[in-house]
Write a protein that binds this ligand. Structure first.
Ligand SMILES: [Zn+2]
Length: 176
């Protein structure tokens, strides 16, 4: 996380989180994730709150921010599906680099840039919600359902924000 923390002085990622058409609860969740402020099991174990730091998605790894976003096989599948929706084709990067890449590649207010920002925040939010659902309610949603929630939130925001114009240039992203 040090790479991101250093950058927090310059807040290079400020516009990635606090852009005008953000979804407030998603933006707050993303902000916490970038600041490394989520109370992951790794942290809770360190202070003796939990007995084990095992990832709730049963992959056998330790639950850290870096693992949840998006190295865990469960969340990796979600993030890869979001890539397809956003017309991004590259491998998943470690969390710090992922934030830097998204910051660099979602500048401005174009439709693809807005979709990327909305999709990142929605993904982080819904993965964190699913993690909490599994931790506290023992209730499980399949990957496809989480992807559906992300798609729904991003699509709804674009529609209500008047962001979807009939544009040939962005046709594929609109269909996604
Ligand atoms: Zn995992």
């Amino acid at each position: 996380m040090d790479g991101i923390r250093t950058l927090s002085n310059e807040v290079s990622w400020h516009n990635l989180v606090w852009f005008p058409s953000r979804i407030p609860k998603h933006a707050f969740c993303l902000w916490l994730a970038i600041r490394g402020a989520h109370r992951t099991k790794e942290k809770l174990l360190a202070v003796g709150v939990v007995q084990t730091a095992d990832c709730v998605f049963h992959c056998g790894k330790v639950e850290s921010v870096e693992h949840l976003f998006f190295q865990c096989p469960y969340t990796k599948n979600i993030w890869m599906a979001v890539f397809t929706m956003c017309n991004i084709s590259r491998p998943i990067l470690p969390w710090v680099e992922e934030v830097l890449w998204m910051t660099d590649h979602s500048r401005g207010h174009s439709l693809p840039a807005t979709v990327r920002k909305l999709a990142l925040a929605a993904s982080v939010y819904h993965i964190w919600m699913e993690r909490n659902r599994r931790s506290f309610k023992n209730h499980f949603l399949p990957v496809l359902e989480i992807i559906g929630k992300i798609r729904q939130d991003v699509g709804w925001k674009l529609l209500t924000g008047g962001k979807i114009q009939r544009s040939e240039r962005y046709q594929s992203i609109c269909i996604n």
